[in-house]
Ligand binder design. Structure first.
Ligand SMILES: [Mn+2]
Length: 278
């Protein structure tokens, strides 16, 4: 069978599930996320129209590349990087369904190779700036450290953060990370002032666990779904790629977090498709 990547056209949006959680630290589960998010999206409980009125059902530019089995060893980084590079080489934009957050580092290696350093908008309870976590430099607690060390981002803007410790504060200072800590963040009025190209990385634990219990690390005091959607909808710069990571179906209740992820997927897909028209 022909690899559907070779059929991608300029401006297409490529939906890719990455089944990987070998770099999670506390519990496994995110490897099962992509099919669970797809099941929610296509469950019939919702339609496929974004809030701005874009219908994603049979949208000609939305190409679903399915779920890919990521190697569970050191081969994961080159595997993901090569996959995303192939999508970008076709002029398409990737929308990644993780997987744990470690997948973002190889995705950004491919993004920077194509576009140069990008502006990252990162929604998360955690800054993910550990130099290493439990001895693992590829940990899901470390992708932003690897990305900044390698100069893959021009700016890293973080919102939703409510777990900043001294080590990660030092790392943030070292890399010039722009952190908007949750305790003094006005999510209702925040406008991401990014020039772009913008890469969006959305860890579902940015949301309050009352809205998104299906994550491995419950961190109370997070964003509402409405606040997160508002932030996404106020991005004005062109979006060149995005990920939705850290959904853990084993922790979910009645698949409610899967539906939150599906909702975010729709709105982010709408933004990516609108950017592709530029
Ligand atoms: Mn997180």
């Amino acid at each position: 069978m022909t690899d559907p990547i070779t059929q991608l056209k300029t401006g297409d949006l490529a939906l890719i599930g990455l089944s990987s959680d070998v770099n999670a630290s506390f519990m496994q589960g995110p490897a099962g996320a992509p099919p669970a998010i797809r099941a929610a999206l296509y469950s019939g409980a919702c339609n496929l129209t974004t809030e701005s009125g874009l219908d994603l059902e049979e949208h000609p530019a939305l190409v679903d590349l399915g779920d890919r089995e990521v190697p569970s060893d050191a081969g994961a980084v080159p595997y993901i990087e090569k996959l995303v590079a192939a999508v970008l080489a076709r002029g398409a934009r990737p929308l990644i369904l993780g997987g744990d957050h470690s997948v973002t580092y190889p995705v950004l290696r491919a993004m920077a190779a194509q576009h140069g350093p990008v502006d990252i908008l990162h929604l998360d309870a955690h800054p993910d700036l550990y130099d290493a976590y439990e001895g693992n430099r590829l940990s899901h607690a470390s992708p932003m450290a690897r990305i900044m060390e390698e100069g893959l981002a021009r700016r890293l803007v973080q919102v939703g953060i409510r777990t900043l410790n001294a080590h990660q504060q030092r790392q943030a200072d070292r890399f010039g990370v722009e952190i908007h800590p949750m305790h003094r963040f006005d999510a209702r009025s925040f406008v991401p002032d990014l020039a772009g190209p913008v890469y969006l990385s959305f860890d579902l634990d940015a949301l309050d666990p009352s809205a998104a219990p299906g994550v491995s690390h419950h961190e109370p005091g997070g964003l509402t779904v409405r606040e997160a959607l508002g932030i996404l909808q106020r991005i004005e710069a062109p979006l060149v790629g995005a990920d939705i990571v850290e959904y853990n179906p084993r922790q979910d209740l009645n698949a409610m977090t899967a539906m939150v992820a599906a909702k975010l997927l729709k709105e982010i897909a709408g933004k990516l498709l609108a950017s592709g028209e530029n």
